[in-house]
Design a protein around this ligand. Structure first.
Ligand code: NAD
Length: 790
């Protein structure tokens, strides 16, 4: 055997991580008292327990207290009791506690990593080098936010008691992503880990005891869906933060509808890994290993769809197969292991089932020729080629080590394929041409885009998705907002609109009869149903008639809004000029609009004039802010910059209130437009003529066709149509409480972002009914990671 043969024959020897400390910890604990409530360890009130076992062997690890509804009540009561003192403590005080948590975790870093690997099955290299250090960084980073709160988030305060529910794939890291920002914001928490992986959360609760976290500030309860549902439905909780499957995310969206609870959902994904023909293929292959085989593919943002440019497909696939053959599948505690077991037998069965189904639908599934350990829930890394876009492996989140491959011919096709998913969590773009990569990144419907990289995370950079990947961001400044509430100036309670007797007697002094239609795609169009709605003056006479919009009209308006590409693609400066022009043209008709306000609402001439002038001022404000409410550049502790781009939400439905019918409508439309959204607005049901009078102002102001669409009619009905429409990306509803609740509950089709006034209007005349709080709702933050260096 010559030296080269010896070199090739060399293999890794075993390199097991010692587990004796973790075993000693397991042996010393009473897991029958695993609920950490009000700073004390408690058994479940019903005495129930559930089992957690080791995925690499199936052996029982512990029987953990299974929280009942009464235990959740106790945890919420503890968090409520602790809230006033914690939220009133100084930022410095809270920062010291967060810092102490981070430092205490550092001192027990090894134990955390080994326990995580034992409980979850992830390779020790990952828990040791990624999960635990990132979790620690999260606490230390958020110590800074606690102290910066007053200065960086003026007018905001913590939302209160927060219920947090997390999955099993990154048990400690997801806990850190939830607890750190909540504590920094002055909230108290009730957190439930996933039932497969409770152990590191128990160790974390011990850390809280040592780090001086005041009693009741952090409460950790255990259990499954029932305990989760008890948290979600608890009336003493002001915000729910959930990470998990889209299916459960939708259940939670429905359950919280109308409750006024703030909600963030970090859900599943089917992320594209796009390789252009000028990419460095060897780097792309290493990226893929990280992208799809990290944590056995049980990663929400796993690059599970490889989209490769046709010309290099064969070469890349050959390299991928060679690399896959070298992936080491085995004990997760071995430091050389690349692929450990899946978390549970149910997960293994699910992955096997999806692979079999994908093959039945025509995919060719390839696996390296490697032996699996004799026990444990292992699945070989799998490459599926010949995958059609409709194949289950291209559409469903497998949450396992399975890569589906498709090819594309050109950039447009790559973007189209990448966006052909109901999810929108992450994407990777591989090209040596940074111009191309940065051309593609903004066009991908994904909350995070990695250029020539994958699975990069940092506490300073927001993470979260679009569409069925959920809403809200974790990490950084945008993540802090999820735990803060801005004070908005509340207006009156909105009553359910009653269909009053239709006025018939003409108001005096009207000139030639005018027919107010709908405004769709830049044109005035008749309502599809050809029905009209009479509009009464303040004195009960007939002021005019407007079209009675229907489901079909909303559909047309949404399609016009979706097609109005000129608006989101316009420069911010261009949008700003159009908004200024709208203000200018409205100002030319101040008298007319003021007279209309007096006629319809009966306000004084002075008040009417003020409302018109404020509307003009608001248009001016958002015209000015259109090119100023910009993103940021982060400098994470990696050789990369992260561009936090502000992107429009997309098509935004707006249901405007009766209160201040002109100012209210403009206060909602203008920020949405400023950020590049296209709008389908349902104006005040009672005073729609103020909106129909605006058509001409819009027509004269160079607003591209389809950017603003107005459908008059019954607010409740049209709000429901907008909520159920899967091509509406955001919905802002200022209507009665029931309509708001229904809009939230019915938004689950595509998990659109709903902002509801919960049955209250705002005081639109107040300065606080304008500005950043509105603009933030009009954008998505997309974090684009761009590495640098050779
Ligand atoms: P899951 O939705 O089944 O469970 C998540 C958590 O919700 C668990 O704690 C579970 O006990 C609880 N739960 C289940 N049913 C509930 C209900 N009806 N009410 C309240 N709580 C309930 O998800 P999972 O299988 O544990 O985790 C995998 C999923 O998590 C994947 O879809 C993955 O993409 C997603 N995930 C997303 C992110 C992200 O940041 N977007 C991160 C990690 C995981």
């Amino acid at each position: 055997m010559n030296i080269l043969d010896r070199y090739h024959a060399m293999d890794y020897g075993p390199a097991p991580e010692a587990r004796n400390e973790a075993d000693a910890w397991l042996a010393a604990r009473d897991f029958g008292k695993a609920l950490f409530i009000d700073g004390a360890w408690k058994a479940a009130s019903g005495g129930k327990t559930f089992e957690t076992s080791e995925p690499s062997s199936g052996k029982l690890l512990a029987k953990i207290s299974d929280a009942s509804a009464a235990d959740i009540d106790a945890a919420v009561a503890a968090a409520t009791k602790a809230l006033p003192k914690w939220s009133a403590s100084s930022g410095y005080q809270r920062a010291k506690v967060l810092y102490a948590i981070g430092r205490a975790m550092q001192r027990h870093q090894r134990l955390f990593a080994v326990l995580e690997t034992i409980d979850n099955g992830k390779p020790i290299r990952e828990s040791r080098d990624i999960d635990v250090p990132l979790a620690i960084r999260h606490f230390i980073h958020h110590a800074g936010w606690a102290q910066a709160l007053d200065k960086d988030f003026p007018g905001h305060k913590g939302v209160g008691v927060v219920g947090q529910i997390i999955p099993w794939n990154f048990p400690l890291l997801m806990l850190a992503w939830k607890i750190a920002p909540a504590l920094a914001a002055g909230c108290t928490v009730v957190l439930k880990p996933a039932e497969f992986t409770p152990l590191t959360a128990i160790l974390f609760a011990e850390i809280c005891e040592r780090a001086g976290v005041p009693k009741g500030v952090v409460n950790i309860v255990h259990g499954g869906p029932e305990a989760g549902a008890a948290i979600v439905n608890h009336p003493g909780i002001q915000k729910i933060a959930f990470t998990g499957s889209s299916e459960v995310g939708k259940i939670i969206r429905k359950a919280t509808a109308g409750s006024g609870k703030k909600l963030s959902l970090e859900l599943g994904g089917k992320s594209a890994f796009i390789v252009f023909e000028d990419a460095d293929l060897d780097s792309a292959v290493e990226g893929l290993v990280d992208g799809i085989w990290f944590n056995q593919g049980q990663v929400c943002c796993a690059g599970s769809r490889l989209l490769v440019q046709e010309g290099i497909a064969d070469a890349l696939i050959a390299k991928v197969k060679t690399r896959m053959s070298r992936l080491r599948v085995g004990s997760p505690l071995d430091k050389n292991t690349d692929i450990g077991p899946l978390v549970d037998i149910t997960q293994l069965d699910r992955v096997k089932g999806l692979v079999a189904e994908g093959a039945k639908q025509g995919a060719v599934c390839w696996q390296p020729d490697a032996a699996l350990p004799s026990s444990g829930y292992y699945h070989l890394p799998t490459l599926a080629t010949g995958v059609s876009p409709a194949n289950v492996l291209a559409q469903e989140e497998v949450f396992g080590p399975v890569l589906a491959t498709m090819t594309f011919r050109n950039t447009e096709e790559a973007i189209e394929l990448a966006n052909n998913t109901r999810y929108g969590l992450a994407a990777s773009v591989w090209s040596e041409n940074v111009n191309l990569a940065l051309h593609v990144a903004p066009q991908l419907k994904a909350g995070v885009v990695w250029v020539n990289g994958t699975n990069m995370f940092d506490a300073a950079c927001g993470f979260g998705g679009y569409r069925e990947s959920g809403f809200g961001r974790e990490g950084g400044r945008e993540g802090m907002f999820e735990y803060l509430a801005a004070k908005l100036p509340l207006g009156p309670v909105i009553k359910v609109a009653t269909v009053s007797a239709q006025p018939v007697e003409q108001a005096d002094g009207l000139a030639i009869d005018r027919t107010a239609k709908l405004f769709i795609g830049g044109k005035q169009v008749r309502p599809d149903g050809n029905y009209s709605l009479a509009v009464a003056t303040a004195k009960g006479k007939l002021a005019g008639e407007v079209g009675l919009g229907s489901r079909k009209d909303i559909r047309d308006a949404v399609s016009a809004a979706r097609g109005a590409k000129a608006w989101p693609e316009a420069t911010a400066y261009n949008r700003s000029q159009v908004l200024y022009y709208l203000a200018e043209n409205l100002s030319g008709r101040t008298d007319e609009f003021a007279a209309r306000l007096v006629q319809l609402t009966g306000v004084t001439a002075k008040a009417a004039r003020e409302e018109v002038e404020q509307s003009i001022e608001r248009l001016f404000l958002y015209a000015g802010l259109a090119d100023k409410f910009e993103g940021r550049v982060h400098q994470p502790p990696a050789r990369a910059v992260t561009l936090a781009l502000h992107e429009p939400v997309g098509v935004v439905g707006i249901v405007a209130p009766d209160v201040s019918p002109l100012l209210g409508l403009i206060s909602l439309i203008a920020p949405a437009l400023a950020m590049g959204n296209t709008v389908v607005a349902v104006p005040s049901e009672r005073y729609p003529l103020l909106a129909t009078d605006l058509y001409q102002v819009i027509e004269y102001s160079d607003v591209p066709a389809g950017a603003i669409n107005i459908v008059t009619g019954r607010s409740t009905e049209l709000a429901g149509v907008l909520a159920r429409h899967d091509d509406v990306d955001g919905l802002w509803v200022f209507a009665d409480a029931e309509t708001c609740a229904r809009a939230e509950a019915e938004s689950t089709g595509n998990l659109k972002r709903v902002w509801s006034g919960n049955g209250r209007s705002l005081d639109w005349a107040s300065d606080e009914a304008a500005g950043d709080a509105f603009l933030r709702r009009a954008i998505e933050v997309k974090n684009v990671w761009v590495p640098y260096g050779d």
